[in-house]
Design a protein around this ligand. Sequence first.
Ligand code: AGP
Length: 588
Amino acid sequence: MCGIIGYTGPLPANGILLDGLKRLEYRGYDSAGMAVMDGSRMKVVKRAGRVGLLEDLVGGLMGHVGIAHTRWATHGGVTDANAHPHTSCDGMIAIVHNGILENSEELREELIGRGHRFTSETDSEIIAHVLEEELKGVEKEELVAALLRTVRRLEGSFAFLAISPLLGDVILAARKDSPMVVGVLPDAKIPASDVLSFLKWTDDAYFMENESVALMTPVDIEAWLFDGTPLDVRPVKVAVEVKGEYGGGDVHHTLKEIREQPMAVRRALEQDGELLSELAGLMREADRVYAVGAGTSYHAALVARYMFAGIAGLEVQPVLASEHRLFSGWIGDGSLVMAISQSGETADVLEAVRVAKARGAKIVAIVNMPRSSLERMSHASVNIRAGPEVGVAATKSFTAQLAVLAALAYHVAGRPIDLDGERVGSLIEDVLAQEGSIERMVEGIKDGRDVYLVGRGMHYPIALEGALKMKELAYIHAEGMAAGELKHGTLALIEGGTPVILLNPSDDTYKETLSNGEEMKARGAFIMGISDRSSDLYDVHIELPRTRGYETPMVEVVPLQLMAYYTALLRGAEIDKPRNLAKSVTVK
Ligand code: AGP
């Protein structure tokens, strides 16, 4: 997945594009570039490396029309040549692209056969050459037809922007399965991958329909479906949540967002009761309910299984989005799929939902970013209201997901929601108050090769989530596992000094998990106990506040997030933008 942004309006484009790229960098950051037009001249600057590298290079790019890109490499290595924008043979068209073209090889051969010369290894460059062919000799009023012919030749996922001295202050845009939203001002347009990149200029946004094209000038925007049907372009106000302050101060986004969790959980529990009742009704009517997600959102799906079973006696089958083929044989028109996704743009989740919908399933989306592709594909959706989460590692969105899932389970059970947002928020604050001791504690694991996180019952998916945080933030191999599984193999790996994080709140899993801890201690493990009860078993003890029922997962994950964060800090890791990762994985 990559970040793309354009600008056409009265102001110099380069500063606006650079600022937008910085807000899009979480989507990919191995190379970046910009094309800006100054009258009849267009200049392109692009480099491997972070957006920051562009800062010194784009100051001289004059002009009020431009496009820019920050890349997460899929086709072709991280090189200057493979950075976007890409240009046509005659250098008169520049494009930036987010997505994957599935017919890029055959198109490349076809185009080379007609004399086109490529300068990169990327699939994206194809678009510049196809546009070059389709725009050749076209009058302005024929622009849309040429753009429609272009998109009909492309297969796969794409969101692209194109500019050319031939087009003046026009930006061409197209999207299929990759996100594109346009910031709308009376005298300027800012098309981009997400709203965060233009929020400082406008909160009026036009979310492009899937499989549509748009033609925009500073004062106008028109759009059509790929079949040529004109669309009614109606900008909407971006939800207040997304306008929330983000960044600021000298802390990483990730730490800021960990600290925002008391507020995030409180807001997540402030939901429209009628909406939750409607969703609960759909779930009760379904003959099978699935919870689909990827990464952290999949871990929320795993916790959901315990919540719906314990609260409502309802079986919810968690399915990894990328493994959706597993369930597609079971999906029918009586099925309901709860699709859980912070971004609402995860390609694996969108694909799983597409398959489920085609088989007649009802789709309920649990999302954070408003008006995402997933939300617009679903029969009903609920927003977790966590506000913008910029750190690549999901933190507050996870606890907010759990809050909404628990509230939904109570609605399915027809019971009052036995969760108090204020109380859960203050329990999380109790954990946050231990930040300093947790920072000191991780000294013991920062140089470790492996960390084991062990939990039982719904603490098992929390162990998985804690392991994921440790991997993606601190770059330490971490394994989350079910406590009861230790003696079935993994215990063989436990030896003197092996760091083990034992999730052991004093609930019905306490005694058995404690004895699992004894088994590991007997083999020399270094036990970090996370519990509301102390024990001689623990070499270090992170004290949880006393929690009850389904509050626990939202509270016990916070020390794991802090341990991963501070371990990463001690190891000098990137934190907000971990290597090789991106916030929204919009490619399969
Ligand atoms: C979690 O910290 C990661 N950022 C990643 O696993 C993420 O949860 C996953 O890519 C799913 O993203 P989504 O919730 O936006 O669908």
